[in-house]
Each structure stands twice: as structure tokens, then as C-alpha cells.
Design a protein around this ligand. Sequence first.
Ligand SMILES: Cc1cc2nc3c(=O)[nH]c(=O)nc-3n(C[C@H](O)[C@H](O)[C@H](O)COP(=O)(O)O)c2cc1C
Length: 454
Amino acid sequence: MRQMTLIAFLQAQNCTNFASSWRHPQSRTDTWSADYYRHIGRVLEEGKFHLGFFDDRLSMPDMYGRNHEHTVRHGIRCVKLDAVTVLTVMGMATERLGLGATYSTSYYEPFHVARLFATLDLMTDGRAAWNVVTSLNDGEAQNMGRDEAIAHDLRYDRADEFMEVVFGHWDTWEDDAIVQDKANGLFARPEKVHRLDHRGRYFRSRGPFTVPRSPQGHPVIIQAGQSGRGKTFGAQWGEVIFVVYPNIEIARRDYADFKKDVARLGRDPGHVKVAQLINTVSAATKTEAEDKWAVINKLPLEIDALSLLSEALNFDFARKDMDEAFSDAELKEMSGLQAIRDRVVQASGKKNPTVRDFIHFSGRGRVHDPIVGGPKEVADKLEQWFAERACDGFVVSATHVPGAYEDFVRFVVPELQRRGLFRKEYAGKTLRENLGVPIPRVGAWRGTYAMGSV
Ligand SMILES: Cc1cc2nc3c(=O)[nH]c(=O)nc-3n(C[C@H](O)[C@H](O)[C@H](O)COP(=O)(O)O)c2cc1C
């Protein structure tokens, strides 16, 4: 029977992606301690989650009013740790849980990223994943030696070449290159270790790469592009895809279209897992879950939304009054997550929405459309999406940590297992084995991207 993929949407920061979560009475306050991340890792592994994945951004959300005062005062994602270091700690506290981190293609050299994730993959016995992002706002650019973020489509052009370099390096060591014949003094066969000699439009990298392949070949690639260009990139390179489909009808259609795109590129659609972003508030009964939700729903402040909208759209919302409509030129200026802008235009039914419309229709800063219920209600909803092929699984975000994951593991996971929708044990040791995504054959991604067998 087809099995659901479950991923935890984690942040190495002072709150979850719900900025007010730090004010929740049960949120832990030591979010920069190793023990906090070890605990989350163990909870997720007990719940047999496939993957704990950390998002990232290379700056505080200080675009609103061009000042970080409000960000720090209200704790709006102002502490952000290096996710790969945090993952290493989590990897040492777990044995089967997959470990994903976000890294940008716009601010690092591909050699560096290839080596970092290949090393992480070895140190976790083949459990690493890389969420490939192109980065979206000027705050990140200004922290990383540039004035502004690269234009949307151009950053994906660079990202394509970035991936060629990374994959090229990951293919350097053929599977049977290493001999370690001490008696004859042969460490590895030189004819099986290759130089890349990449000289492209945006990058140059010679090689040979210095990290051999891991038990799962190389890290799993995650992607979450929502624009046409982003989706094509995901279909080309991604193995786990994050989506934010607005409802099940659109989800069924977009999911089918996406899988067709994957097949058109010569890849097996069954080997690319599509995971829908969800928020859950779960408890032993529906009434208890509703009580929990009432507490959570009181936490957000308007400033959370204004700050996060400014950050995500790379546009200072302090420039406008609450009920002032954005001009066509201003809407065009929004260069970050354009999918949010487009959603607000569509949902408000206004060609030129106001700031208030953005707050209301984007849901930014609030818990968006949560599934609130006991085991049955939450599992019913997940089962429907999964069974009707609206997705292959879910990226579960948290209203507060560790409570939201403890509740999910205690109340929802057993019900999914009872229904035969979710496995009771890990299938294997590596993330690929657990996801059912094959080990990539060396060189297979060139030309048509075809994978080998598991
Ligand atoms: C679940 C999810 C997680 C994401 N995590 C990050 C992240 O950590 N850092 C980041 O810069 N962008 C992140 N993004 C943004 C995507 O990488 C992508 O830029 C966005 O969905 C817009 O699509 P586009 O780039 O095709 O316009 C995330 C998106 C989703 C849906």
C-alpha cells in the first residue's frame, strides 16, 4: 500500500515559522541550546517522521521601516542559527530521522555547498537533504556582500548551473573507486576519480572533489518553487517538493501537472515526493484541540504580519497607509515571494489591494487554515488529500515547539498507522531507503535525468 511521507518544518530560530509562537505558554525558551534540538529530533524519530527540515534566511526580517527595532522587540524570527550545525547535533541524537537544511544558491560557491552537504551525508550515515533556495530579499544580499537580491528568473538560471556543478562534483568518485589495498599501497583507482573542469556562465570549478559518495549516493534534494520557473527547476532537480496548494481541487490538478512535467524530463514521477504544507492543532479530542487553538489564535500581533510581508515580498510596507491601494508599479516592485502577492490579488478580487487586504488575505503572521481536531478529524483530512492524489505527504509546521510535534506524534501518527497510511517502522537506514527514492547512478542526471534502482 502507498505510504504517506511526513516531514517536520523546523526553524533554528527563536520561534517557529509562526512568529508569535515564542509567546505560547508552553514554548521552550532555550531555542539556541543543543538540548532543545536533540529533544525535537527524538520526538520526530519516535513518530517515524521521514525528515526534520530546517528553513533558513540569511537576515532578520528588517525590511519593514528599514529597521530591526520591531523585529527584535517582538521576537519576529530575529535569532537564526546556522542550520547545518544544528542538524549535526540533531543527527547525533537520532539514528533514522532524515535531516534537511536550506542553503542558498545565490551566496555561496557550489564547491562549498557540495562539500558541506556531502560531508553531512557521510556523518549521518546517508540521512542528509538539501533544500535548494535562490533567496529572495535585499536584507540577505546586504549581509552577503551585495546590494540587492538577484532578479527572480535570473536567480533560477544561476541555480540551474549551480546544480550542474554540485551534481558534477558529487559524481567525481565512482562507486568502486576506493580500494584501500594496504599491502599493495593502492588507496583508490585514479581512473575512477574525475576532475569536473566546469567553466560556465556563472561559475567555474575545477575539482577533483574531495568527498567520496555516501551510503545513499548523495543528499536528497528538496525544492519549493511556486512560480512557473521555480516549478520547472523543482521538476528537474527536486526529489522532495514542498507545495502550498490552496484547496484540494487545485491540488489534484497541480499535482498531476507537476508529475507530468517530471516525466517529461525523463524522470520517474514516483521518485519525486510532493508534500503539502499543513498546520495542525491536535489533542485527544476535538474539544481539547479547540481549546488549544483558542490559546494559539490570540498570540499574533499586526506587526508580525507587516514585518513578514515586507520580508517575503522584499517591499517596505511601512511606505503605505493601512487602507491605501498599491499601484500597479508598486505591485510589480514586489520581487520576493510573488506567489503571495498573486494570491492576495486573486483572493481579494482587487487588482490593487491595500495593506489591510495583504494582512487579511495572505494570512502572514497567523496560523493559516489549521486542521484542528482529535486523531480522527486530523487523520481524515490527511487521508483525503493523500488518497485523492492531491499530494504524497505533508510538511507539518508547528504552532509552538516542542508541544505541537509531541501532540502530532501522540495523537495523529498512531491513527495514520492504524489506517495503514503510515509505516510503523523505518524501512531502512538511509533517507532514500525510507523515502523510497533510489540512489542516483553516477552521471545519470546528465541529459535526461534517469535514476537507478533502490
Ligand atoms: C515549505 C516551504 C519552505 C520554504 N523554505 C524556504 C527557506 O527556508 N528559505 C527561503 O529563502 N525560501 C524558502 N521557501 C521559498 C521557496 O524556495 C520559493 O522561493 C518560494 O516558494 C517561491 O517560489 P519561486 O521561487 O518559484 O517564486 C520555502 C517555501 C515553502 C513552500
